[in-house]
Design a protein around this ligand. Sequence first.
Ligand SMILES: NC(=O)c1ccc[n+]([C@@H]2O[C@H](COP(=O)([O-])OP(=O)(O)OC[C@H]3O[C@@H](n4cnc5c(N)ncnc54)[C@H](O)[C@@H]3O)[C@@H](O)[C@H]2O)c1
Length: 245
Amino acid sequence: MKFQGKAAMITGASVGIGRAVALCLAAQGADLVLLDINKESLLAVGEEAKKYGCRVLTYDCDVSDEEKVNEVTSDAAKRLGKIDILVNNAALWRDRASLAESSSELWKKYLDINIMGVYYCTRAVICGMIENGYGRIINVASVAGVYGNAKMVHYSTTKGAVIAMTKALAKEVTDKGVLVNCVSPGSVSPSQNEDIDFFKPSELSFMGRTGTDRENANLICFLASDEASYISGQNIQIDGCRKKL
Ligand SMILES: NC(=O)c1ccc[n+]([C@@H]2O[C@H](COP(=O)([O-])OP(=O)(O)OC[C@H]3O[C@@H](n4cnc5c(N)ncnc54)[C@H](O)[C@@H]3O)[C@@H](O)[C@H]2O)c1
């Protein structure tokens, strides 16, 4: 049990990659703190995770709500004793609009959730991690943050920022035992919370298919583990060898 005695906080844990990470960590002994705005699905994931015998706390929490993030993180840290692992996964990504057509409301919503949400959650756990001399922070960015996607300038901008945040923060806290990394998925086919190995054909990768939630979760769980003890400040692409369209 790789994560026995460890407490992991995962944002956007109701579906997709976040859910797969939660179940992967629970299966290996971690206690969980799960945040999402989709309360019903979150409770269902919590019940699934409890079958592994771990403690699970679920919070109906919008990561862009600074006060709420502080409140739930401090409650969870009190109840579980600490937070060892943070996976900043919650984000918006589905809206498409050219920059010319896009509104400042759309941009502000993306900046608030995809950047400020990562900042709030990270700031809420970082002092505890530094105090304990141990932490693992894994941010979920995107290949859009590396190459840029047309019609998704708003999204690409936020994911580029998350990659930069990862690299800069790692320089502040790696020597204190807190390792900070980023994963950048290519195209991922959502599992619909049923078959977590689901994928589709894709022309965007040389493998000719999309990635699965579980493949992404495997990488994130590796970075969250003690086996990844010499990795910090990295952005690792998980994209089946992306064609840079
Ligand atoms: N699916 C893809 O093809 C893909 C590709 C590259 C990167 N990513 C990144 O992977 C991550 C997960 O994506 P996914 O497709 O698995 O999940 P998703 O988009 O289907 O779900 C994201 C989860 O985050 C939650 N969420 C949204 N806004 C929130 C908020 N303000 N506060 C709290 N929770 C919130 C949603 O309710 C949902 O449970 C995201 O960061 C996304 O940008 C996904």
